[in-house]
Design a protein. Sequence first.
Length: 232
Amino acid sequence: MTHSTTPTADIVLPCLDEAAALPWVLARVPAGWRAIVVDNGSRDGSADLARSLGATVVHEARRGFGAACHAGLAAAEADLVCFCDCDASLDPGLLPGLAAAVSAGDADLVLGRRRPQVRGAWPLHARLGNAALARMLQRRTGLRLHDLGPLRVARREALLGLGLTDRRSGYPLEMVVRAADAGWRVTETDVPYLPRTGRSKVTGTWRGTWRAVRDMSAVLRAPAAPREVTAG
């Protein structure tokens, strides 16, 4: 009997110095799914470690969360593409539950709504910034979401069709905004949120959070895209 080499889904894992978290993250990748670790200039051996643990490694020289995410999307081959942080704050083993709604045609983009499991897992300044952006998103698109978190699933071809251009912290929000403009069905489901392993590059500090909010606010100020892209 022959078996298809096409993975059930590809998981894009943007990575910058996450060697301490990689073993935990990659051990929780669902069987038959492919982990695409996008190394964004790590100096701690993350790329070599990820490769030794069975991940596909893509190198993205241009710094930025969006640059890493989009490089992973470009490298993906599966019909379904998932995104997950690589810092052990989110369990990739939860992704099949999110992907089921997309696979069944019940949703076009599913987001994981982060639910902190311990005190301090999600710093106050990060939660406040996220809540403010969610309110701005509702005014801009009508979508009533509680979280704009990084755990998400959609179809590869549809994502590429959105024409995402942000390569910094605004990338996750731009995905949601353009999906809403295109008439996608966007839903969210609760997922446990754990303390990250290692130092946060974005929301772990007030400065990093401010930069992320600034990038995302620019996305929300952009004019609405024509409604001609559908998830299919």
